[in-house]
Every structure is written in structure tokens, then in C-alpha cells.
Design a protein around this ligand. Sequence first.
Ligand SMILES: C[S@@+](CC[C@H](N)C(=O)[O-])C[C@H]1O[C@@H](n2cnc3c(N)ncnc32)[C@H](O)[C@@H]1O
Ligand code: SF4
Length: 369
Amino acid sequence: MGKSRISPRRDYNYNHMNNLCLVYFKITPLCNLRCRMCGQWGDRGIMKDRDITEEAKKIVPLHRYKELIDEIAPLRPVSYIWGGEPFLYPDLMPLAKYMVDRGLYVSVNTNGTLLEQRAEQIVRDKWSTIFVSLDAFEETNDFMRGKGSYERVVRGFKAINREKKKQNSVCPVMGIVTTVTNQNYLDLGRLAEATREFNLDLHIFNMGTYTNDNIIAAQRRFMKEKLDTDIDCLAGYNTGYNNGIDGRRLHAVLRDLHRNDYGHPIITVPALNPEKTHTYYADLETPVRNNCIVPWCQANINYNGDVHFCADYPDYILGNIKERSFAEIYNGDRANRFRKTIRSCRGGMFPGCLRCYQNMLFGKKIKGY
Ligand SMILES: C[S@@+](CC[C@H](N)C(=O)[O-])C[C@H]1O[C@@H](n2cnc3c(N)ncnc32)[C@H](O)[C@@H]1O
Ligand code: SF4
């Protein structure tokens, strides 16, 4: 990936498509699980109060996604499919295949419970990467994610490995994503050790997105005043599942994880100076990164076609791909208004951005763990 896309120009009268490096496709609002810490469907999740039958009717049809892919494929952004649970989008298989055929690097983030049935086709279609969510050993994992989920994920891993062997393929790269919570954080090392048997290519530890009432109130005021936008998504991340995490103990756990050899890379996100792990949990209102670069190089297409910069907080809408081309939206007035507003903020972030991992994936080089 070119340097300009990792450190993109922060400009306005400019074709931002040149810097587009990552497009999230949140292809469905539906999910078959109710993971407790999830900002969408968890204990405080914002989808729980919505008329989900109505929301599901709004999904973008396959033919419109194909047009969008034709538009962005020459720019070669990484495409990251997620949801809800992506396997509940009726045309996931043809969509992912179309992306692969158009030369895109296709990553799919799934809860893994529906993987087994699709394993043969996933390998045949040469998906680039699957990120499967697994948070802990069976008891804790199923407490957080639902009974039986651990067992189904394990069956999914086995099926993918079986198919890769049978089809003599290295695709897809297979990784686990473990979301760190106060339920699992002291047991991450044992999990990394035990999951070696699944023949992984990587294991990602996600320190978890979270917030509190003060930050939500500050963000609500700010977005209304500066961008005339009512927000509701941030509240879904006020889950309490990061409360009580001892950052110093987690720092020791992560440091050991990164020192050990598990036969595959260990990645901790957000990319954070390890010294700040304590602050990340103990002092939520202190920034750990600054100058968000997302509006200059990334976008999220929501299930209804709305385009946003912030994948987890789809409140401010840039435009809708059912009505306009992606380039028009990405270079449009609403996009530039957002860019100018965030750039004028102290530290180049809004009040609600304090623990947003999307902001912390790229940008100024951080040594991390
Ligand atoms: C919202 S899910 C959507 C994809 C799919 N349903 C899954 O669970 O993998 C995307 C990722 O976010 C993780 N996640 C859930 N709650 C989170 C939180 N509060 N902070 C950060 N990541 C979270 C999930 O575990 C998953 O790895
Ligand atoms: S499976 Fe994914 S989208 Fe569904 S509730 Fe769990 S974390 Fe949220």
C-alpha cells in the first residue's frame, strides 16, 4: 500500500478517491447471535429497539454492489465485509466472489457459526481472509456470545482446514479476532496457546470499543451543533464490559503474548503505545491517539446504502449509493464538511472518538506491542 494512502493528504479540493485504502461493507443489520458487548445487538445494542424486519428490507441488492465494485476496484482498496452477521446477507457468496474476481483483497469478519456449511465454496472462491470471532474458551465464550457458539466456530475452523487441504489451497488466510473484555482478559495467553491446533494464520486481540455517559453527552452536543446530526450509535458501546480491566495486568498479558511464538503472528488493535494500555482502561477520557485519518482514506457502506466514515458510528450520512456514485459521495460537500470539522478539533478528533479502534488502525507509525 502506497505511503500516501497510509498518511493521506488532508486536503479538501482534491480527489480523495486517490487515497481510498479500506472500504467496509456492513452488508446486513441481521444477526443470529446476541453477544453481550456488541454495540449493535448486545446488552445496550442500538439495533434491539429497531424494527428489524423493516431495516432488513433496505439492504443493498447484489447488482448495486457489483456496480460499486466496478467503480472502486481499479483503486484496489482492501474490502472488509462485516455486519451484523455477513452470512445472513442472502448473496454473500456471489458478492465475495465478484470482489475476488475483480482483484480486490476480500476480508470477511464473521461470528463463525455458519462457516461450516460454506467452507467448500469459500476455499473454492479464494476469499483472501476470514476473521472469525472467538473470545474465550467454551464457558466464557458462550456466556458472552451464546450457547453453542464455541462448538460451531470450532467446527467451522475444522471445515476450512479440511477444504484447504483437499483443494490444495492457501486461501483464505484464517484468523481469530478476540474482543477483550473484563470476562476474558486474564486468559488470553491460554487461549492463544490452545487455538494453535486450528492452524491459524493470525490471531488479533481487539482491546474493545467503549465509552461512557459523559462522552456520549459531549458527542451528542458536538454533532448537533457542528454537523446538525443527531447521534444514537455511540450509546451501544456503553456496555460496562471493559469496566474493572486492570490495564497493568492486561499489559503484562499482551506483552507475553507478543513475546511467545505461536507459529503465527499476534496482532493487538488498536495500534497503541503499550505504555498507554493502563490509560486505555483506567482513564477513558484521556486520548490515547490523535488526528483521525479515517475521513481521508476509508469509508463504510451501511446495509441500506448510506456511506459513512465511521463504521461503528453510522450517524453522519455522506450520501447513499442507491442514489449517487461512490466518488460523488466521497468527494462531496457533506464529506468535506465532516473533514473540515474534525480537522478543526483539538487533537483532530471529536469528543466521542476517544476509544474508536478504526482511527487507530493506520496513521502515524506507532510501535505497538
Ligand atoms: C460487530 S461484529 C460483526 C461481524 C460478526 N457478526 C462477528 O461477530 O464477527 C465485528 C467485530 O466486532 C467485535 N465486537 C463486538 N463488540 C465489540 C466491542 N464492544 N468493541 C470492539 N469490538 C467488538 C466482534 O467480536 C467482531 O469481531
Ligand atoms: S455476532 Fe457480531 S454482530 Fe452479532 S451480536 Fe455478536 S458481535 Fe454483534
